[in-house]
Design a protein. Structure first.
Length: 192
């Protein structure tokens, strides 16, 4: 009887071990396989969405570069390179182009900036159509301490690349932190 119990015990034990060691087939696909088998799906944006996205990115870039520039000594080669990078976002820049922006960032001791809620619109002045962007900026100081949220605006232009056949444009700011005109309540996207 003892041997029957031992055989029964060993059989049950071997059964449990076989069940526990059974390789389970899963249908999990590795991330590499997912990427390999994914088709490129093009995301279509209309021109207004594209201009909003581009403008948001350009505003964020200028503000990030400005805070980086102001955190340095302003007299090193790196500072000079950062400043010249900021200038490339502007159609024409001179000594007063960044004066208001730099003064505000320095006086509030801003270390980081987050841009959100961008709204792009046009203003008609005489025979000229002017492009503006209003956006919110959240200023963050030392130790990620919030300083405040502010509404700011910038005037920009899209310059056509005449040599390109696919209608590409170059984006430039004309004024940054400019006073945008009040919106006309009788017309969407057009201001006085």
């Amino acid at each position: 009887m003892k041997t029957i119990n031992n055989i029964l015990f060993l059989t049950i034990l071997l059964g449990i071990i076989m069940i526990a060691c059974k390789k389970e087939e899963t249908n999990s696909i590795s991330d590499l396989e997912k990427l390999r088998n994914t088709e490129n799906i093009s995301v279509q944006m209309d021109s207004a969405q594209a201009i909003n996205a581009i403008t948001l990115q350009k505003v964020q870039d200028v503000l990030d570069l400005s805070t980086l520039y102001l955190s340095g000594n302003k007299n090193t080669e790196i500072d000079t390179a950062i400043y010249s990078k900021i200038e490339k976002y502007f159609q024409k820049s001179d000594s007063v182009t960044f004066q208001g922006l730099f003064k505000e960032l320095e006086s509030l001791k801003v270390k980081k900036v987050k841009v959100s809620n961008i709204n792009v619109f046009k203003s008609i002045r005489d025979k000229d159509t002017l492009d503006y962007a209003k956006f919110n900026v959240e200023y963050i100081g030392d130790k990620n301490k919030p300083i405040g949220n502010f509404e700011r605006s910038a005037q920009y232009t899209l310059v056509s690349k005449a040599k390109e056949k696919n209608k590409e444009f170059k984006f430039y700011f004309i004024k940054f932190y400019s006073d945008a005109p009040e919106k006309d309540s009788t017309s969407v996207g057009v201001t006085r």
